[in-house]
Design a binder for this molecule. Structure first.
Ligand code: NIG
Ligand code: FE
Length: 385
């Protein structure tokens, strides 16, 4: 095992409040990090860096924990640019376009999907993401859901079974839920860490609260952790259901009522905000300030998918969170790193501290604030040792 010292760090965000300036971000200036094998072994002042086998000098850049993108739908084929264009001309999103991607994905071979997935993973990494969750949900048959999860597992351990994305066209609702919670779950559970459901009574294609509960309870009984797409299009039951069942995260949270905020504030479920969706569906943005002020743990993710948010860029999401969700640059960076780790119930990512994985993002900038200050400029890239 070889050790590497990363030196020349003008500003190091550790997310370890015991380190540095005493804030939640634990910022150290003129810092160094030592990675031994794949784990961080030492964090401190550049002047005190211990001897190592290798040295990487980042030349006065800022270093932050690698981004933790906890919500993506990266295994798909096809294109929905025309649907996006029609939305920008005023057509509302209701989940119906998912069927287009399902058709294209079912028709694609493993080799084609593997190549598309590899390209998207490279795109994420080139923008600083080092941990990625990937959902199924564009197969919607036993064979195709299992296939998408198997391909996703070649890229990440954070795989999520989303057979309950929508009721496929032509299927009968009750029979499909029986399939998702029976034969499909049995085939998919070995390839997944999580189960998710699109709980949205406002969509004719997605699932209501009772249906979502059935799906989540079956997943829990099969040993999977719980995640929910909730309150994306309306103030439905998703958020409260997620909190009641102890889900790790409820994602979207765009339309909330006070009871949802109270539930999140008193539970252990992270609220994951996906402002790329509101950007790409021209919807109103979630009330991040209300959640933060209520003490809710907030994460940010891309929701990279061909329908509602075809961006792979966590820096873009951070910039949106600062400008459109009224988060401070510090809150947004924390949510995109430590918040994501909390949403995956992980302690080894989203932080730069001894014992954590050596997953870093190097910024071609002197400060993390540039992530929002320089929107659209490719300043971040992943560095994993
Ligand atoms: O997270 N809301 C449901 N699923 C995705 C969109 C999927 C699609 O439109 O293809 C989302 O927004
Ligand atoms: Fe999603």
């Amino acid at each position: 095992m070889s050790s590497t010292a990363i030196t020349g760090i003008a500003e190091l965000v550790t997310n370890d409040p015991r380190t540095g300036d005493g804030t939640r971000l634990g910022i150290l200036r003129d810092a160094a990090v030592v990675v031994d094998g794949s784990a961080i072994a030492w964090v401190g002042a550049a002047a005190a860096v211990p001897a190592t086998d290798e040295r990487v000098d980042v030349g006065g850049r800022a270093v932050v924990p690698g981004f933790v993108d906890t919500h993506t739908h990266l295994v798909f084929a096809g294109d929905r640019a025309a649907e996006f264009a029609s939305r920008m001309a005023g057509v509302a999103y209701d989940g119906g376009g998912i069927a287009t991607t399902v058709d294209a994905t079912r028709a694609a071979s493993d080799e084609v999907l593997r190549a598309l997935l590899a390209g998207r993973m490279a795109e994420l990494r080139s923008q600083g993401t080092t941990t990625t969750e990937i959902k199924s949900g564009y197969g919607l048959t036993v064979v195709d859901e299992e296939r998408l999860l198997r391909l996703a597992r070649e890229c990440t351990d954070e795989t999520t079974f989303l057979g309950a994305h929508v009721v496929p066209p032509g299927a009968q609702r009750a029979a499909y839920i029986e399939l998702v919670t029976g034969e499909m779950l049995t085939a998919c559970a070995p390839e997944a860490r999580w189960i998710d459901v699109f709980c949205e009574p406002a969509s004719p294609h997605a699932f209501d609260g009772d249906e979502a509960r059935t799906v989540l309870e079956a997943g829990r009984d099969a040993g999977l952790g719980l995640r929910v797409h909730g309150n994306q299009l309306s103030a439905g039951p998703g958020v409260r259901l997620a909190v009641e069942l102890g889900a790790a995260s409820v994602d979207h949270c765009t339309f909330l009522v006070p009871a949802d905020i109270d539930a999140l504030a008193s539970g252990s479920t992270v609220a994951t905000l996906l402002p790329g969706v509101e950007f790409s569906s021209r919807s109103r943005y979630p009330a991040a300030r209300v959640l933060l002020d209520a003490g809710v743990t907030v994460a940010l993710a891309t929701d990279c998918n061909p329908g509602t948010s075809y961006t792979s860029s966590m820096p873009f999401v951070i910039a949106l969170a600062v400008r459109e969700l009224s988060m401070t640059p510090a809150e947004a960076l924390w949510a995109a790193t430590a918040g994501g780790a909390a949403a995956l119930r992980r302690h080894d990512v989203g932080v730069i501290a001894p014992g954590a994985r050596g997953d870093l993002a190097v910024l071609d900038a002197p400060s993390f604030v540039h992530l929002a200050y320089r929107p659209g400029v490719p300043i971040a890239s992943a560095l994993t040792l």
